[in-house]
Design a binder for this molecule. Structure first.
Ligand SMILES: NC(=O)c1ccc[n+]([C@@H]2O[C@H](COP(=O)([O-])OP(=O)(O)OC[C@H]3O[C@@H](n4cnc5c(N)ncnc54)[C@H](O)[C@@H]3O)[C@@H](O)[C@H]2O)c1
Length: 333
């Protein structure tokens, strides 16, 4: 199948594209190599994908409509998986405009191009941050998502809402995923698993916010990719929910699906796993809560299971060991 993936030089897009290529799909990747974190890491991911003859990279900014349109004209994808975004909860405090450009304008352009060139299934990435200040756990797709705490969350929720409108108006099947703290090899240097591992390995202090009193539903990258690949076949059909808990829209072939492990872990326990794998104790600096952070995330995965028969399974001990092994290899020992 011809699949267009946006954000292929990014952490999740790279892993997803690699899996799709290995399965024999024809993959076109879009990425503008945003220098938000080390571009060398992005180039190395793309170089691995480029080893496959069925991969084509387009270094295009989704906010640039003529350039993105040209990619659609030449590629004519059957399925689109939109992962490109300005991510990061903390960076959003200083650079809010980049979130509007990538997540609102970029996603709008993509929706508009899919309207002109309809696809079997459009999937797009959203985030557990969409649940904002919600405190009812676990987070369920039918819960209201109206209290975003950062411009990151607000722009991702905006892309969900725009996608719903397009799905309704143009009968385009769309699935919006909400991912929960994803980690693993080739991961993001701006996220806690990488930052903590790097600092502990180098003997540098780590910043622990809210005195470590935080829980995250850490999701291993292979589980996440498995969930996405299986959901690609679960095309939403209006009027055909899989249960009372289905987030399927009553007026559009559109649904939201959590992809998370469904087992929140204390941040301090996560750090202990990293210490064990690195073989060094962390130097801990305890700090107050950061603005825009939430204390806990926890995915209800019932809908994912009902749609795909799949339940994420990689626990932190295994996932962190794999990540630290990759970190050592990547950074030369
Ligand atoms: N990693 C997580 O824990 C997590 C959690 C929740 C949601 N998400 C979502 O998953 C998706 C992928 O995240 P990731 O962790 O791989 O992030 P990432 O930053 O590694 O990858 C995103 C990629 O998109 C590209 N990009 C950004 N803006 C672009 C634009 N305007 N045009 C073209 N390319 C652009 C970047 O260069 C980058 O390579 C994002 O939509 C993110 O919001 C990730």
């Amino acid at each position: 199948m011809k699949i267009l993936v946006t954000g292929t030089a990014g952490f999740i897009g790279f892993h997803l594209a690699r899996r799709l290529l290995a399965e024999g799909h024809d993959v076109a990747g879009i990425d503008s190599m945003v220098p938000y974190y080390d571009v060398t890491l992005k180039q190395r991911r793309h170089a691995i994908l480029a080893e496959r003859p069925n991969f084509r990279a387009h270094l295009v900014n989704l906010a640039d409509m003529p350039a993105t349109s040209a990619v659609f004209e030449s590629e004519r994808p059957e399925v689109v998986i939109h992962l490109a975004a300005q991510a990061g909860v903390r960076y959003a405090l200083e650079h809010p405009e980049s979130y509007v450009e990538s997540n609102v304008v970029g996603s709008f352009n993509l929706l508009e191009l899919v309207r002109r060139h309809p696809v079997r299934h459009l999937m797009l990435a959203s985030t557990s941050s969409a649940y904002g200040a919600n405190t009812r756990m676990p987070f369920e797709e039918q819960d209201p998502a109206v209290t975003p705490l950062t411009i990151y969350a607000a722009t991702k929720t905006a892309s969900e809402l725009m996608a719903h409108a397009y799905s309704h108006l143009w009968r385009q099947p769309i699935t919006a995923f909400r991912f929960f703290t994803v980690y693993g090899p080739w991961g993001r240097p701006d996220m806690a698993p990488y930052k903590f591992t790097d600092a502990i390995a180098r003997g540098l202090p780590i910043d622990i916010h809210n005195n470590g009193d935080m829980q995250r539903d850490f999701t291993y990258i292979d589980d996440l990719v498995e969930g996405i690949v299986r959901l690609a076949d679960a095309i939403p059909v209006q009027g055909q929910p899989v249960g009372a808990f289905d987030s399927l829209s009553p007026v559009a072939p559109f649904r939201l699906v959590n992809i998370g492990l469904g087992e929140p872990v204390q941040l301090l326990d996560f750090i202990t796993e990293i210490e064990r794998c690195v073989g060094k104790a962390a130097i801990r600096t305890y700090l107050p809560m950061q603005p825009g952070e939430v204390t806990a995330t926890f995915a209800n995965t019932r809908l994912l299971q009902a749609l795909t028969g799949f339940q994420p399974r990689v626990r932190v001990a295994e996932g962190v060991a794999n990540f630290v092994a990759w970190y050592r290899d990547y950074h030369g020992g």
